[in-house]
Design a protein around this ligand. Structure first.
Ligand SMILES: C[S@@+](CC[C@H](N)C(=O)[O-])C[C@H]1O[C@@H](n2cnc3c(N)ncnc32)[C@H](O)[C@@H]1O
Length: 182
């Protein structure tokens, strides 16, 4: 399976991305002070400072990735952001699994599901960690993921009992919120 290298993600995050996508604007309203949140497939940590800022000093942020290099990059990025105050916990994931020591209020899965070989297994794993009524925000870029593929990526969530609602205001991206109902 293709894995985006860290250097490429960091370069993109420094240059083009801030022109098009504001992490705070995209994430506003999903995370409250004191929440436990996860950035699943965190990459170089483009969204990590915003997640950490919203969760605040009494919150917790799990940085989850299959690449150790990405955990280093996202941790470094958090250290540089003065208002990223949540406790940060890097977690090295296996191909189909990650284990967290706490229940999640919110999970972000940005631009990562198309790199996952078995999305159904990942959704199972997300369902095990999210609290009832907890939410996962999935974002996928049009440039890599066709509409049909996006629907296939999200279908397992519905089969597992998540309620899904499409979001249509993230530029050049498919997006949906999946809420754990059971
Ligand atoms: C294109 S990058 C996106 C990074 C970040 N979410 C963002 O929006 O900037 C995809 C990331 O997902 C990670 N990834 C791929 N498969 C994964 C899995 N099964 N579990 C956790 N992370 C995974 C990759 O290592 C890579 O860092």
């Amino acid at each position: 399976m293709h894995r985006t290298p860290g250097w490429l993600m960091s370069a993109f995050d420094r240059t083009i991305r801030p022109l098009l996508w504001d992490p705070e604007q995209i994430l506003r309203g999903y995370v409250a002070p004191g929440d436990t949140v996860a950035d699943i497939g965190c990459g170089a940590g483009y969204y990590a400072p915003a997640l950490s800022k919203f969760a605040g000093p009494s919150g917790r942020l799990f940085l989850v990735d299959v690449q150790e290099d990405m955990l280093k990059r996202s941790t470094r990025r958090l250290r540089r952001a003065s208002d990223a105050t949540a406790q940060a916990v890097p977690v090295l994931a296996g191909d189909d699994r990650f284990d967290l020591s706490d229940e999640l209020d919110f999970a972000l899965m940005s631009w990562m599901l198309h790199e996952v070989e078995r999305p159904a297994l990942l959704w199972e794993n997300v369902g095990e960690h999210l609290r009832p009524a907890g939410k996962a925000l999935v974002i996928e870029p049009w440039v890599h993921v066709r509409r049909r593929r996006f629907e296939e990526e999200v279908a397992p969530a519905r089969e597992l009992g998540f309620a899904t609602a499409e979001i249509d205001d993230i530029l050049f991206c498919h997006a949906c919120v999946a809420t754990r109902m059971v």
